[in-house]
Design a protein around this ligand. Sequence first.
Ligand SMILES: [Fe+2]
Length: 235
Amino acid sequence: MHKNIEEIKKLEGSPKIIKNLFNKNELERFLKLYQDLPTTVHNKKQNVIKKRWLKNYSSELESLFYNKVKNEIGEFKMDNLKDENNDDILGLFQESYNPIGLHVDAGFNLDEIIFKQTLIPLTSKGSTVVFKNKFYGNSTNFTIDENELKITDLKYGQNIRSSEHLNLYKKKPFNKENHQKYLKHERIENLEGLEIDIVYEWEMGSMLIFDRTRLHCSSSLIDGKKIGLTTFTKK
Ligand SMILES: [Fe+2]
């Protein structure tokens, strides 16, 4: 569990969608950056390409991003992982053809005061489901898949696998209509006790900001590939 839960809770709020935050030129620069960065992970099974936003590839985009986010959430620090050379990783570009499962991005250090995370869509089709439910441990993938739960040998920066969420919230079956509509890639039993807060429909130029304690996942509506940039903040 996070040590500063009270401070973390004080910073929590509703998910926020900011429209028309980035213009066409800025989005093109983000995509160019994505193309220029080296590939970190190409998970062929899940069909996901991940690229880390490494520092000093584009200082212009770094300050543009920082200022836009600061304007929305106030003072913050980037909660960066480090790469092999101990350089900061500012965020994560993910290109995927399949929906990403239920998880929380609460970080890997229980001493930090985790704050908000941001999502910038770089393709126009896709959506993200943010639940009302919160979690105060480390970054975790929530699953009831036995094979997933067996994975305990984790590398730096990898999420814990757990089904702990099923004990945390009121044991209420998940809404069937919402399951059919948005979350067909998840077993409905894995969503027990969860309630949707918002479904963010990706729109170019917009950004989603939400608390790092919120459970979330992709919706099952994917049309081809989607590319998104995620970053994490702390106080
Ligand atoms: Fe996430």
